[in-house]
Write a protein that binds this ligand. Structure first.
Ligand code: PLP
Length: 390
């Protein structure tokens, strides 16, 4: 039993919750949703209280982030990631995805190339295409179930039109926490080729020991000058519905260009509840967060062991970070359509299809383990029963 009860099963149905309500509508009430990267845990009590307290005030007019908000963000990064930033580096956007969209629109022209390293969080490709740019894939290398960056191929795919590389760090869906040497090498190639690195670090806080997240711009000044770090409390504290993110740009020239673009796009500077929740999370959420990591680590171990011992046909490696597991289902001998049907219709468990993360991953599925252990147990037993029938 934890100080915080992550075992508690909370009924989220009927709250407009995408994870549960969207699937009840599409697949029926008895499907267990382990798809979208959203957790089923209660948020820290302090966050709920701060929102309620503000809601008691009868006026909800235009809002701005106070200095205390910036102090809370700065203190969190210093304490958790040993990363020292200043208030003026931080730009607010209503989520990391809108932030990356604004970054692409600021620093590219239609027809430019933007590199992503597949399999990777699927909206990256959509944002690149929406801005009229070309998606250039530098697929990760897979050796013995372990993914790494392919630097030789990276140098091959770079052209004169390459403007940006979107890094996912830690990497969704394969759960790598990139090592300093890997980030440094990637960063140097990008500096040499004048490619700006957009580092999406939304999963930065969710890392399992002994792995350690290294903020890309914390490696050296050259890389800090040539990067934009996208951060948010949305994954860590499960407050994605409040739509907040902090885009951190140390290079003053880049920062000014981005600020002008945010103005042009009329990107708002935050909502009353998003700002309050985020300040409270970063200021008072650390003890909850530490318990969360312990619980998630145990969940990950539990699920990996379950697959290894009871469903060995589905191969999975423990992720170094994120609460997402990348399941290799190729030994089930199904095609993509059969595999998707198998999980939804037979097992009644909804996962994310591998194909959305990149070409060649049709026989993979992504599983979100940020739910109570009982729910995971039920989902795994369903999968085991159906695999045994094959
Ligand atoms: C790598 C990555 N970036 C961004 C997001 C979404 O960010 P936001 O909700 O802040 O737009 C997710 C959500 O799963 C993600 O995994």
């Amino acid at each position: 039993m934890n100080d915080y009860n992550f075992d508690n099963i909370i009924d989220r149905k009927g709250t407009g919750c995408k994870k549960w309500d969207m699937i009840s509508k599409d697949y029926g009430d008895d499907v267990i949703p382990l798809w979208i990267a959203d957790m089923d845990f209660e948020i820290p009590y302090e966050i709920s209280e701060s929102i309620k307290k503000r809601a008691d005030h009868p006026i909800l007019g235009y809002t701005m982030a106070p200095d205390t908000y910036y102090e809370a963000v700065i203190d969190w990064f210093k304490k958790i990631h040993n990363w020292v930033i200043e208030k003026e580096y931080i730009q607010f956007t209503p989520g990391v995805v809108p932030g990356i969209n604004a970054i692409i629109s600021t620093f590219t022209k239609p027809g430019d190339d933007v590199i992503i390293q597949t399999p990777v969080y699927h909206p990256f490709a959509r944002l690149i295409k929406n801005n009229g740019c070309n998606v250039v894939e530098n697929p990760l290398k897979l050796e013995d179930g372990y993914y790494s960056m392919d630097f030789d191929n990276l140098e091959e795919v770079i052209t004169k039109r390459t403007r940006l590389l979107i890094l996912c760090s830690p990497h969704n869906p394969i759960g790598r926490v990139w090592k300093r040497e890997e980030l440094e090498k990637l960063g140097e190639i990008c500096v040499e080729n004048e490619i700006l690195v957009v580092s999406d670090e939304i999963h930065a806080d969710i890392v399992y020991p002994p792995n350690e997240h290294i903020v890309f711009s914390n490696i050296n000044q050259r890389l800090a000058n040539n990067s934009i770090i996208c951060t948010a409390p949305n994954k860590t504290f499960n407050i994605a519905g409040l739509q907040t993110a902090n885009i951190v740009i140390q290079n003053e020239k880049l920062r000014n260009e981005f600020e002008i673009q945010l103005e042009k796009l009329c990107i708002p500077g935050g909502t009353i509840f998003g700002i309050i929740a985020q300040e409270t999370a970063y200021r008072n959420g650390e003890s909850w967060y530490k318990e969360l990591i312990k619980y998630l680590n145990e969940n990950v171990d539990y699920v990996v062991k379950f697959f290894e011992t009871r469903i060995p046909k589905i191969k999975v490696k423990k992720p170094e970070g994120t609460y997402l597991l990348w399941l290799d289902c190729s030994a089930l001998n199904m095609n993509e359509e059969e595999l998707v049907d198998f999980f939804i219709k037979d097992c009644k468990v909804l996962l994310n299809e591998g194909s959305i993360f990149g070409k060649g991953y049709e026989l993979f599925q992504r599983m979100n383990v940020a739910t109570s252990r009982k729910v995971l147990q039920e989902a795994l037993e369903r999968i085991e029963t159906e695999v045994n029938k094959l």
